[in-house]
Design a binder for this molecule. Structure first.
Ligand code: ADP
Ligand code: MG
Length: 699
């Protein structure tokens, strides 16, 4: 049989617009479209018609079950499958799926984290269909993307606040567009997330309890070769990896995911996959699915896909770049410099809104990507620093500078630019000086937020970004709507904004020590190094006020989220700590002891042969290893004590501080000695595969 072409398989497992149009009556289709595009309330009759068309479509593709697919605060997706069968009076079954089942589900949700939001006596939450993200089939199950709430209506997931933040931004952006005479039906944010990951051999993976339990290696001496030759980045892709990528692409295409670019990354065994951008909530769903598929498909190829931010010390970790822009229903990108003076002024205003948002809510952006795993990247010399700043490139910076100081830009026209009257010079997409060290870079017609960890859900940073930009736009709209002379007011507003927020603009090297000094001491930017430092700022008054005013979160939701995120941090590190203790006591110490023993036996054997044999190697190695083994024991006891002390902390903030100040340093200390012992020990006496084997065994 001839293999199907890509256009034939693309979206074949998605109930997308093509299917809706083909399978729904025109009334039902139009009504559903209004719900999708304009947030109109869904008619129950429409829901029934959609459900029945969906079931028929799904059954044709072999689906027997359906599930409400949601994103609880665990960070991964959740699903509970129900079959379509309903008993019929004749003792058989019929296949059914009602509008009610499509719209609302009631999973027993008591085991999902709620941060005290859902009292246990009211364990049931409910899931509600998000018609703006298409349903799809995975493993014979029709998956319906849904939001997940408690019975009191509090969001228990990542999708609900994301959708709310998109609405907030839509509301405020439309006010601004109106002032420019633009009657857009809606404004949406678009995201294209670039996903990094590692692929390692499954057999090696299974031999490492640290990878199995925590997703990263907790021990391991550096191999003789790391990433110093830069020979992996964009290098030729190995056959096994190529086969994996081909398989993965097909699976993603079936799910309507626009998998586009793939290449090797900097570290050995590290790769990247980027889809073409889409509407933020769809991009979020797709990114979750993409991560799931990467892991599944890797197993089929005898490999394991690691999505941890820092699986290996000493080589680059994995991040995710969140390319973000705003566009109207006609597809006009609001972050694209325009053709006419008016469009340019509009572009600059939206640009300012983002600059101001990032400055005013640096802490929210930072904490939106804070996890135990990502703390190993941010601020290390590979990922953007924990300090948030905006890169604009030389040209755009010069334009803003000219506006700020009322001086001509590059002498164009030799007049001082007045926005809304004069054309901006055309600035090209700044590809030459793309600054890789900036956490938040303007790349021509979009901003790229680069601080995300590879396993982060992109929902978190986008809800903060959307909300913060909505707040800048609200302030602008309030001011401009009442202005007597729109153009003068606009010009003044942009000038003022540039002056007020230029401290966040930085085109230099974000990795340098000097930047840390300048950012924190001269500019007063925040430098929140760890999750324990960052997360409590979620509850700062200015942040809560803004998020509540734009109806992205309620007060109780914010408290619960802060708690859950900190809990997550503490639990992750706690598991890592216990895994280390376990590996040391059960494997490393006995292995070192065994090797010392064999050295010692050899010494007596050799000495019995001849008194002249010095046994320098055996004796010095045994001495060094024995010293290390004493120290390892001591440090293991210290780590265990630190872990134990967490139990007596009264609240989650104190626990997180203890994790940061006691547990993590104790883990680092212990690792140093074990890695030092690895270098001295005979390879086949070492209990776990080395970094060299983990990083270089996929061909
Ligand atoms: P890079 O040079 O960083 O690889 P690309 O232009 O290839 O940049 O884009 C990287 C990601 O940004 C892709 O997912 C792409 O679809 C996405 N992207 C491109 N334009 C936009 C936009 N206007 N809004 C959001 N994302 C975009
Ligand atoms: Mg990029």
């Amino acid at each position: 049989m001839k293999e199907k072409s890509i256009p034939e398989i693309f979206g074949s497992m998605v109930f997308d617009d093509r299917e809706m149009r083909a399978r729904l009556s025109s009334d039902v289709y139009r009504s559903l479209r209004r719900t999708i595009d304009e947030n109109e309330r869904l008619d129950p009759e429409v829901a029934s018609a959609v459900a029945s068309a969906m079931r028929e479509w799904a059954a044709e593709r072999g689906a027997t079950h359906f599930t409400h697919w949601f994103q609880p605060l665990t960070g991964v997706t959740a699903e509970k499958h129900d079959s379509f069968i309903t008993p019929s009076p004749d003792g058989g079954v019929i296949m059914e799926f009602s509008g009610k089942e499509l719209i609302k589900g009631e999973p027993d949700a008591s085991s999902f984290p709620s941060g005290g939001l859902r009292a246990t006596f009211e364990a049931r939450g409910y899931t509600a269909w998000d018609p703006t993200s298409y349903a799809f089939i995975k493993d014979h199950t029709l998956c319906i993307p849904t939001a997940f709430c408690s019975y009191s209506g509090d969001a228990l997931d990542k999708k609900t606040p994301l959708l709310r933040s998109m609405q907030a931004l839509n509301r405020q952006a439309k006010r601004i567009l109106k002032l420019f005479g633009n009657e857009a039906k809606y404004v949406r944010t678009n995201v294209g997330p670039e996903q990094e990951y590692f692929l390692i051999d499954e057999k090696m993976y299974n031999l490492r309890p640290d990878l199995v339990y925590t997703g990263r290696t907790l021990f391991g001496a550096m191999p003789p070769k790391g990433q110093e030759l830069d020979d992996h980045y964009f290098g030729v892709i190995k056959p096994r990896v190529t086969a994996f990528m081909e398989d993965l692409n097909r699976e993603l295409w079936k799910l309507g995911i626009l998998a586009k670019t793939e290449h090797n990354e900097v570290a050995p065994a590290q790769h990247e996959l980027a889809p073409i951008f889409s509407t933020t909530n769809v991009a979020t769903d797709n990114n979750q699915l993409m991560m799931e598929m990467m892991q599944k498909v890797a197993r089929k190829h005898g490999m394991v896909c690691l999505l941890h931010e820092k699986p290996f010390a000493g080589v680059n970790g994995s991040g995710k770049h969140n390319n973000w822009s705003m566009a109207t229903d006609t597809g006009a990108n609001l972050l694209s410099p325009g053709e006419t003076p008016y469009e340019n002024a509009q572009f600059l205003l939206f640009l300012c809104a983002v600059i101001q948002a990032v400055d005013d809510y640096q802490d929210l952006l930072r904490l939106s990507v804070a996890t135990a795993g990502n703390d190993h990247r941010l601020g290390a010399n590979e990922a953007p620093p924990a300090i948030i700043s905006v890169f604009l490139g030389d040209e755009l910076s010069a334009v803003l500078d000219a506006i700020k100081t009322d001086t001509p830009y590059q002498g164009a026209e030799k007049v001082i630019m007045k926005l809304g009257v004069h054309s901006l010079p055309r600035f090209s997409r700044d590809n030459t000086d793309r600054n890789r060290t900036s956490p938040f870079a303007f790349t021509g017609n979009k901003f790229e937020f680069r601080s995300l960890g590879s396993s982060n859900s992109i929902a978190c940073c986008n809800m903060m970004l959307n909300a913060a930009v909505a707040e800048s736009l609200r302030q602008y709209a309030d001011r401009l709507e009442g202005a007597e002379d729109f153009e003068t007011a606009l010009h003044e507003l942009i000038k003022e904004t540039v002056k007020k927020h230029e401290r966040i603009l930085f085109n230099g090297n974000g990795y340098g020590e000097e930047w840390v000094k300048e950012a924190t001491e001269v500019r007063g930017l925040s430098n929140l190094k760890t999750t324990a430092d960052a997360m409590p700022h979620l509850l700062d008054k200015k942040n809560m006020d803004m998020l509540i005013a734009h109806k992205v979160f309620t007060e109780t939701e914010l408290h619960s989220r802060c708690e859950i995120m900190l809990e997550n941090y503490c639990k992750s590190v706690n598991i890592e700590g216990h895994t280390m203790v376990d590996m040391v006591r059960k494997n490393y110490l006995p292995a070192i002891e065994g090797y010392i023993g064999s050295l010692a036996r050899n010494v007596s054997l050799l000495k019995s042969v001849s008194g002249r044999i010095k046994c320098t190697y055996e004796i010095t190695t045994a001495e060094k290893l024995s010293e290390l083994s004493d120290s390892i024991l001591e440090k293991t006891d210290a780590l265990e004590k630190a872990l134990l002390s967490l139990k007596s902390c009264e609240d989650i903030i104190k626990t997180s501080v203890a994790v940061r100040d006691e547990v993590l340093p104790a883990m680092e200390e212990l690792r140093k000695d074990v890695d030092a012992a690895e270098i001295l020990t005979k390879e086949d006496c070492w209990p776990f595969p080395s970094y060299g084997k983990l990083l270089f065994s996929v061909y």
